[in-house]
Write a protein that binds this ligand. Structure first.
Ligand code: PHE
Length: 457
């Protein structure tokens, strides 16, 4: 609802729900299990959890601060706080990242539509694990259908974006979050009672420390940023719609806890089934799509379970695509002073082009690779592993070194009306721990730390 004044979320609860809606999405249910499967299992989980506390929380609080303080979009916020400086590059990095993420996220979101249709039409029924896999490959590598669903999903996001913050984003989040939660728990129960479930739980919870390599650490850090929607101005944009009384600290804690819980539940739901049905945990982006239909087959009224699940997954994806779209739309609308509808169309059109190429990179463009990555994987890699952590690092540096402590504290405590017991710890993390940790993870992945160590030996 854009009136002459800037929109706000309708209630505190609405703000939490919408932010949680952005965080919880395919990142938790699709990306987390496949990243974990490809990166050594439980060791990845451990590093992921460390990253959430060490990097995720401080960056999230800082983004909330920037957005709530300025009431501007990701770029505008920096222009207002640090006019005439290069800090607004953080915002531009975020807007570009939002575009690129949507460019592959919309494809996977589109896959959920295909599965909803298959669930209702009964075609998921009566197959074995091998044919679920073969059929997925056939579908995802085909040309027309996945592109139609990708475009449909972008249009769906578009319609909600132009109907505004309160009516669109908030209402959608309120309904689906609790529903998703219940169905996840039910599926976890089914999964852990499958024969051979222990193997999956062991893979997920029992870390093998020898599996920790620099690329596992980089992947876990990337997953943290991706899953919490941080490092790219999404939460700056959402916090710009917070009202005065929104409690930043609580919102950050609750959203982080909820997002992490959903990822862990997704792991508990997927891995026992992966081992039970003889699927390889390193299968990649198709992992969830080939594993879950097997679980549904084990349930009475399996088609109904799969229909409900994929509808909820699509909705979880939708509340995330909305938040990504909003970053780019709010920027285009406010900085170029064109109408919100026009801005949204520009964004949707650009994303469609990216989405079509990403979708084709599972089929006809499979062999078109850059640095060994298909277009789809390239978008994922560049955003999650480079742009978001880099954005997060500079957000920490900005808030840690450029923002007056008193102003920061006043905003985070709503002008002193709320306590912030760990303020100094938070400030220390912002200034030192988070930026240094992110920089080291980058250097380590580039092999530079090894080179420096060897140099001195
Ligand atoms: N966090 C979302 C998810 O887990 C994806 C996302 C990333 C959304 C970055 C907004 C910004 O699915």
């Amino acid at each position: 609802m854009i009136t002459s004044e800037r929109a706000t979320f309708g209630s505190k609860f609405g703000a939490i729900l919408a932010t949680a809606g952005s965080a919880v999405g395919l990142g938790n249910i699709w990306r987390f299990p496949y990243m974990l499967g490809a990166n050594g299992g439980a060791a990845f989980l451990l590093i992921y959890l460390i990253c959430v506390v060490l990097l995720g929380l401080p960056v999230m609080i800082s983004e909330f601060y920037i957005g709530k303080h300025t009431h501007r979009n990701a770029v505008g916020a920096f222009k207002e706080m640090a006019p005439g400086t290069k800090w607004s590059l953080i915002g531009y990095n975020g807007v570009i990242a939002a575009f690129l993420i949507l460019g592959f996220y919309a494809v996977v979101s589109g896959w959920t539509i295909e599965y909803i249709i298959q669930a209702f039409s009964g075609t998921l029924h009566g197959k074995d694990a091998a044919s679920f896999q073969a059929d997925f490959e056939m579908f995802s590598s085909s040309t027309v259908r996945p592109i139609i669903w990708t475009i449909a999903f972008i249009l769906l996001t578009h319609v909600i974006i132009i109907s505004g913050v309160k009516d669109g984003i908030e209402r959608a989040s309120k309904v689906m979050m609790p529903a998703l939660f219940f169905i996840l728990i039910a599926l976890c129960i089914r999964s852990v009672t499958l024969p051979g479930a222990e193997k999956g739980l062991e893979f997920f919870f029992n870390p093998d420390f020898s599996k920790i390599t620099s690329s596992v650490v980089l992947s876990a850090m990337g997953q943290t940023f991706f899953s919490l929607s941080i490092g790219m101005g999404c939460l700056i944009t959402y916090a710009s719609y917070f009202n005065k009384t929104t409690n930043i600290q609580n919102t950050a804690l609750q959203v982080t806890a909820l997002d992490t819980l959903v990822s862990v539940l997704a792991g508990v739901m997927i891995f026992p089934a992966v081992f039970c049905f003889g699927i390889t945990p390193t299968a990649g982006p198709e992992l969830v799509f080939i594993t879950l239909p097997n679980v549904f087959e084990q349930l009475p009224l399996g088609w109904l379970w799969s229909a409900v699940f994929f509808v909820l997954l699509a909705l979880a994806a939708l509340t995330s695509t909305i938040s990504l779209h909003e970053v780019a739309t709010a920027y285009t609308h406010e900085e170029f002073k064109i109408s919100r509808t026009k801005a949204a169309w520009l964004v949707s059109a650009g994303v469609m082009v990216l989405g079509i190429v990403s979708s084709l990179s599972f089929g006809v463009l499979k062999d078109f690779t850059i640095g060994g990555l298909t277009f789809f994987s390239l978008l994922d890699y560049v955003t999650a592993k480079i742009m978001l952590p880099l954005g997060g690092m500079f957000i920490c540096i900005y808030v840690g070194y450029r923002v007056d402590r008193k102003i920061l504290k006043a905003e985070l405590t709503n002008e002193g009306t709320l306590p912030f017991y760990f303020f100094n710890t938070y400030a220390f993390f912002m200034k030192y721990i988070a930026p240094i940790a992110i920089a080291m993870i980058f250097l380590n992945e580039l092999g530079l730390i090894n080179k420096i160590v060897n140099f001195f030996q």
